[in-house]
Design a protein around this ligand. Structure first.
Ligand code: GRF
Length: 191
């Protein structure tokens, strides 16, 4: 089986670029069919221009409501034969209708060891709690934010002088590796 990926981003897009490159370099048997951003100024889309992967910007303000906005995203993914959606720094919550259409076919990456530190700024939450280990988690997406079945996790050690920024960088390095590991894992399941 070949994974036909659709990736949703909002900002920086480093996980997305890493996935696109891994596919292009045949490190995984997957193809990124389309990258969609809900932010026209996302740095990720700019970086993607050099890589020939199809992209689209879908802005919520151009639609009557969130359902219509998500219907457009659904349509684009279907038109491009996507069979797995990867959320990679997508800063919006997907609604029930969309989730039902793509049940079991959406995964997300979160920069903490779930179920700890759900929601916004998990790296700051980890530093403030003074935990000594954090990391990242890739999970299936369900109706509750950062709650779905965990697929895999990576751990990082938090040093005594760790800052939110240094922890973000440390975790991001692990995120890039973990996303590829998980895609390989999913491919093995459907082999
Ligand atoms: C990552 O830390 C990811 O875990 C979180 O948002 C950030 C996105 O980073 N969901 P990038 O856009 O992939 O660089």
């Amino acid at each position: 089986m070949v994974l036909n990926l659709g990736i949703l981003i909002s900002q920086n897009g480093s996980n997305m670029i890493n996935i696109v490159k891994a596919c292009n370099e045949k490190k995984i048997n997957a193809d990124v069919k389309i990258v969609i951003s809900n932010n026209p100024n996302s740095k990720g889309l700019k970086k993607l221009r050099a890589l020939k992967t199809k992209s689209a910007t879908v802005l919520i303000k151009d639609f009557e409501n969130k359902k219509a906005y998500e219907n457009k995203i659904d349509e684009l993914f279907k038109q491009n034969n996507v069979n797995l959606i990867c959320l990679a720094g997508y800063m919006k919550i997907l609604e029930k209708d969309f989730l039902e259409k793509w049940s079991g076919k959406i995964i997300n990456i979160h920069p903490s060891l779930l179920p700890s530190f759900k929601g916004l700024e998990p790296q700051r939450q980890a530093i403030e709690k003074k935990v000594k280990f954090s990391g990242c988690t890739i999970h299936y997406v369900n109706e509750i934010v950062d709650d779905g079945e965990i697929i895999d996790q990576s751990i990082v050690r938090i040093s005594d002088d760790e800052t939110v920024d240094s922890l973000k960088k440390k975790i991001l390095i692990e995120e890039h590796k973990l996303y590829i590991t998980v895609l390989k894992k999913i491919l093995n399941v459907y082999k």
